[in-house]
Ligand binder design. Structure first.
Ligand code: AMP
Ligand code: GLY
Length: 430
């Protein structure tokens, strides 16, 4: 392992970054997490993930030559561009490439330009609500409306009637001031999978396919959240479906990246829906998913540090990605009231550190209490309990048994992570 990169800076502060820091340490790296949080060892709370001059000084002080980026905000703010002229390498795309996630309209245009399978869509500016309304009516309200910008998971309205579409358009208009754009898509149906890989823009190494559970309540009911839990691998994603996703989505994406005037280096996330007429791409993210990372990284047997190094050096062809056998399930421990705008926090968290051999707890929305080592809740998604089992039912059982050991006031846990009924896929398309 190259000694120059065994010290690194990881940007971010959530449970995803806790999982990343844990994995990179297992791979032999010394990891400083900026800003991290009170429950992630090696956190440097005084430096924010978007304060690039402070990050640079920290790297210079510690002789650090590699920055790994967790969330999208530093990428969209240009962290990779900032460090371009320095000897510090950033694992994550430059600002223009990060637009694949930060602009839904630009990203849809990229998909169209490169023949990537996706939902039909129409883009509008904020003075074209009447046209959008007419299009929504033509599709009988079966539309998805997406605000064109980073909206922390809250800019997407999935509608099933004209009344719902009208309400969504009204809310969109009231929420955002000034000029903006939005996308109106045909609504598709089918199970969703998250496929995440490391790419240098030419090749990609996929990590284990995962499934997120975005809705707050059992049976995919209730409001959308940042994700209430995830599991991997996905049992119904067979070789045929994966081959179809490669052919219709991943390969044309790589060809597209090669032909565009920007480079892409980093994690690339494909949010895919397996529809009756084949797989369709719903979105790109230019980072690891959260909570997908919390199960995908423990499932990865290969060294992530070596994969990152190889990607940065253009040597992905020489790597392999080996996954651990069995299943991984991550259950989010949330604050009661989440995902509303406000809910009570500041409650002491008990029971972290009592985990068994096959379980881990990654912490996100936490802060330090007054007692040494004490953690208090400080956000919606407080922690993720991850369990490994020989099969999915065993991992589910173990994960839920472990969630009982971690306690804080108003704790909420969605009860059916990993238990979506197997979907009926129309085989002809796969
Ligand atoms: P996005 O941020 O674009 O991935 O959208 C968030 C969520 O909205 C997705 O995970 C889907 O559950 C849903 N969604 C997005 N686009 C569509 C679509 N065209 N049809 C049905 N559901 C969609
Ligand atoms: N889990 C979905 C995301 O990270 O965007």
């Amino acid at each position: 392992m190259p000694t120059s990169t065994t010290q690194l800076v990881l940007l971010g502060s959530g449970a995803r970054e806790h999982a990343l820091a844990t994995k990179l340490r297992q791979d032999g790296a010394t990891v400083h997490v900026l800003p991290g949080n009170a429950g992630i060892p090696g956190s440097v709370p005084s430096i924010s993930a978007t304060d690039f001059p402070a990050i640079q000084s920290f790297c210079q002080e510690h002789g650090i030559k590699l920055i790994v980026v967790g969330p999208e905000a530093p990428l969209a703010a240009g962290v990779a561009d900032y460090f371009l002229e320095t000897d510090i390498r950033v694992f994550g795309p430059r600002r223009q490439a990060a637009t694949l996630e930060s602009s839904k309209v630009w990203s849809k245009d990229f998909m169209r330009r490169h023949g990537i399978a996706t939902a039909r869509a129409w883009s509008y500016r904020s003075d074209q609500f009447a046209e959008a309304q007419a299009q929504a009516e033509e599709l009988a309200g079966h539309v998805v409306i997406k605000y064109d910008g980073l909206a922390a998971g809250k800019g997407v309205y999935v509608c099933s009637s004209v009344a719902e579409a009208t309400a969504a358009l009204t809310e969109l208009r009231e929420l955002h001031e000034g000029w903006f754009s939005f996308l109106l898509e045909e609504k598709l149906t089918g199970p969703e999978v998250s496929l995440i890989g490391l790419t240098d823009g030419n090749r990609i190494r996929l990590l284990a396919p995962a499934q997120d559970h975005k809705q707050l309540l059992a049976n995919d009911e209730g409001p959308n959240t940042g994700g209430m839990g995830a599991y991997c691998p996905v049992p119904f994603l067979d070789d045929n479906s994966l081959a179809a996703i490669r052919q219709d989505i991943i390969d044309p994406t790589l060809r597209g990246l090669q032909s565009e005037p920007f480079d892409f280096v980093g994690f690339l996330y494909f949010g895919v829906m397996l529809t009756p007429s084949g797989p369709k791409l719903l979105e790109y993210n230019v980072r690891l998913g959260d909570p997908e990372a919390e199960v995908i990284l423990p499932a990865l047997e290969s060294s992530l540090l070596e994969l990152i190094e190889a990607t940065l050096e253009g040597n992905l062809a020489q790597t392999i990605t080996k996954q651990r056998a069995g299943a991984f399930v991550g259950v989010v421990l949330a604050s009661g009231g989440y995902p509303a705008a406000q809910f009570p926090t500041g409650f002491p968290i008990h029971g972290i550190g009592n985990q068994g051999q096959d379980t881990q707890v990654f912490v996100g929305g936490v802060k330090a209490g007054e007692q040494p080592g004490e953690l208090l809740t400080n956000g919606g998604r407080v922690a993720v309990v991850v369990a490994h089992g020989p099969d999915l039912p065993t991992a589910i059982q173990l994960a839920y048994a472990e969630t009982e050991k971690v306690y804080f006031q108003d704790k909420y846990v969605r009860p059916d992570i990993g238990q979506r009924p197997a979907p009926l896929l129309e085989t002809s398309a796969y």
